[in-house]
Design a protein around this ligand. Sequence first.
Ligand code: FMN
Length: 159
Amino acid sequence: MSPQVALRKAFSAFPTGVVAVCALVDERPVGMAVNSFTSISLDPPLVAVSVARTSSTWPTLATRGRLGMSVLGSEHEVLCRRLSARAVDRFEDAQWHATDDGAVLIDDAALWLECEVRSTFDGGDHEIVLMEVHEAETFPDVTPLVFHQSQFRELHADR
Ligand SMILES: Cc1cc2nc3c(=O)[nH]c(=O)nc-3n(C[C@H](O)[C@H](O)[C@H](O)COP(=O)(O)O)c2cc1C
């Protein structure tokens, strides 16, 4: 196993949610799935994602004023795969809507954020993108999708 593959496997031991980062481009939705989302600051309200330098979608999203961030629900596994696949219509069968500012939000998500890119930082083969949160809406009854060891899992609230 190459060191990179071994490291990817090691990092996958950390369970995460999955976020769809999406915006309107020429009146059509464009987006990608990321699990590198993290909350950063309450005042000012900031979140961050890290995006691979090889991403063909991010350079387009980066030019948008507002980005929609949707924390995907457990029903969104197929959509999540689609939002990471190449050469497909990523929004086929997706239920989504756009805000007045052009952010695209996925219906039935656990959380919606409307964000604006504030700064970027070197993150090796990724770019770390810091974003300001302008709007937030939570849906506490939606069970989030969980990504762990390269598999989709569900949360079980036993207690
Ligand atoms: C669960 C999951 C999490 C992902 N997380 C990230 C991420 O944090 N950053 C990233 O750049 N790509 C991530 N990807 C890959 C992108 O969704 C996408 O496949 C990749 O950007 C290639 O497509 P593109 O060239 O259109 O950007 C993830 C994919 C999946 C399925």
